[in-house]
Each structure stands twice: as structure tokens, then as C-alpha cells.
Design a protein. Structure first.
Length: 326
């Protein structure tokens, strides 16, 4: 399938976050124009997100514009589409996290489902040509079959977050079926790297081990995750954006797993410090394993993840040290 080189005007929601800021930089570097929409909520310190996009906001020019707004504000969303000729939407904005969603299920439903519907409606109304939706490996629930394939049944989500992401995929299909909107739903598998959210395991463990504080270990440490380095995710997103036709769901993962206790060991080795582990029971909503079958993305998108977790952890810890001055 051929790729495209014509410049696009891209709306990136959640554009100041971990993935959004990196993808904004990549798209601007490729010659595209980016409108980044972010509401800078207090899920974590908004100053972190402002640092993420500082280089882009300071460069000036027409290639990048940061808009502070909320995807639940239909008037604000419509104004963006009315003011700009939006060629593509990359929808990353969401309330994130499995455990917090159990505490605030209604909030997750509003932002992740209603907000997605608002963007799909605006995209159709204004003739936007393609739509990428950031889904999650959490939709697979406690799937007994590994690795997880896009053809697997996903009718057993274990958290409101997972349910909201599956609902977003279904809404996206509806808008494709009704209006012909080209949509790719990308199921991310535990993305990590520089700028990762501070509540995510790799960032949190690195910080706590470095500070000599206890790290919470839920379960016996044998749970396995498919950790995906951010640059591999960027590659998959870029290819998906170029080739977005029809409706499709793709796994974007590293397609390998590591046990939690071995992940901690890698962080310890790079920091040169031992972890002080506090063992805790399994948490509701957690799953024992995530493992991506990426053969569909390899076939359709030429997806080729190339960063093993050992290399990715080294890069992350080095970034952490650089940003903290330690």
C-alpha cells in the first residue's frame, strides 16, 4: 500500500501528553501542521505537560498551534474544525489508568466515550479524511489465549477504563459504517519512554527506587506485560495515518513479554540501586498478562518494532537522570 507525502493539517487531542507531544514533534518534523488540543487536567501535574510541548510552542510559526480546551466542550471542538481545515484526527485524549477508573467510572465514561463521540461527529460534519483512535490492550481483559489477536473476542473488559476504550472502538465503527469515515483503532500495549506519565509503572518504580522509597508490588511479581518503546509506537502511528482507509483495528506492541520482577531488576541495574519492595495483593482490574500479536500491523502497516525492553529501560533511566539532574 503506497504511503503519502502531501502535508496534512492534523488535530492531535491530548497533544501535550506523553504520546501526543512526541507525535506532534514527529509530524511537525515531517512537514505537517499540527493543532494540539489539551485541557491540562490535574490527573498529574499540568506543568509536566507544558514542559513536554515547550520546544514546539516556542518555535512559533504556522506549523504548530496549542489549543487549551476540552473534548467534552462541543462548541470548542466545532470551532477548531471550523477555523482549521482538519485533514486528520489523531485522538489520544482520555482519562487514563485502570485503577483510577474503578474509583471514578462516570468520569471515564464521559471523557472517553462522550468525548470520542464529539470528535467523531465533528470529523464527519467537517469532512475530515481520516481518524486514528488510541485504544488499549486493556480491552482484551484476562484473555486466556496469548498472544492477543485483533480477531479475539473482547467482551470481558475488567475495568471501566477498558470498557470505555472498547466503546470508543465501537463508536468509531458506527461512524465509519454510517458515513464512510476512514478509521484506524490502535491498541497500544504499555507504552513507555521519555516523558512517560509519572504514575506509570516504569516511571514510578524508577523514581521510588532512586529515592530509596518503597515500591508497591501487586501480586507475586510474575505478571507479564508487553512493554512498547515510544519510538516504535510512533512508527506504527505514522504508518497508520498514512494508510488509513476503511475501518481497521491494529495491535501496536513489542510482541514480547517480561515479568514484573524482571522489569524491576532491569531498573535496579541501570540505577545501580536496590529496590525496597512492599508486597501487596493483586488489584481489581489488573490482568495477568498482555502480549500483542502484531502480524496484522506488520502485514498492513510495515510495522517493525525494534527496541527490546532492556534497551528501552536504559534509555528511560538515562532520560530520568538527565531531567532530574541525578
Amino acid at each position: 500500500m503506497p504511503t503519502e507525502t502531501a502535508p496534512l493539517r492534523i488535530l492531535i487531542t491530548g497533544g501535550a501528553g506523553f504520546i501526543g507531544s512526541h507525535f506532534s514533534e514527529r509530524m511537525v518534523a515531517r512537514g505537517h501542521a499540527v493543532i494540539a488540543l489539551d485541557n491540562f487536567n490535574d490527573y498529574y501535574d499540568p506543568a509536566v505537560k507544558r514542559r513536554n510541548v515547550r520546544a514546539l510552542t516556542e518555535r512559533g510559526g504556522d506549523a504548530y498551534r496549542l489549543v487549551e480546551g476540552d473534548i467534552l466542550d462541543t462548541a470548542a471542538v466545532d470551532a477548531i474544525f471550523s477555523e482549521h481545515r482538519i485533514d486528520a484526527v489523531v485522538h489520544l485524549a482520555a482519562r487514563a489508568g485502570v485503577r483510577p477508573s474503578i474509583q471514578e467510572p462516570a468520569l471515564y465514561q464521559r471523557v472517553n466515550v462522550e468525548g470520542t463521540a464529539n470528535l467523531l461527529e465533528a470529523a464527519v460534519k467537517h469532512g475530515t479524511g481520516r481518524f486514528l483512535f488510541a485504544s488499549s490492550s486493556s480491552v482484551y481483559g484476562a484473555n486466556a489465549k496469548v498472544p492477543f489477536s485483533e480477531s479475539d473476542a473482547v467482551d470481558g473488559p475488567l475495568s471501566p477504563y477498558a470498557s470505555s476504550k472498547r466503546a470508543g472502538e465501537l463508536l468509531a465503527y458506527t461512524y465509519h459504517a454510517l458515513y464512510g469515515l476512514p478509521v484506524h483503532c490502535l491498541r497500544f500495549f504499555t507504552v513507555y519512554g521519555p516523558r512517560q506519565r509519572p504514575d506509570m509503572a516504569i516511571h514510578k518504580f524508577t523514581r521510588l527506587i532512586d529515592e530509596g522509597r518503597e515500591i508497591p508490588l501487586f501480586g507475586d511479581g510474575t505478571s507479564r506485560r508487553d512493554y512498547t518503546f515510544y519510538s516504535d509506537i510512533m512508527d506504527g502511528m505514522e504508518k497508520s495515518l498514512e494508510r488509513c482507509r476503511g475501518y481497521a483495528i491494529y495491535n501496536l506492541g513489542e510482541s514480547s513479554t517480561i515479568e514484573l520482577r524482571d522489569l524491576i531488576r532491569l531498573i535496579e541495574e541501570r540505577l545501580g540501586k536496590k529496590a525496597n519492595i512492599k508486597r501487596l495483593p493483586d488489584q481489581p482490574g489488573d490482568v495477568p498478562v498482555t502480549f500483542a500479536d502484531v502480524s496484522k500491523a506488520v502485514r498492513d502497516l510495515d510495522y517493525a518494532p525494534k527496541t527490546p525492553v532492556e534497551e528501552g529501560i536504559r534509555a528511560f533511566v538515562d532520560w530520568y537522570r538527565q531531567t532530574t539532574g541525578k
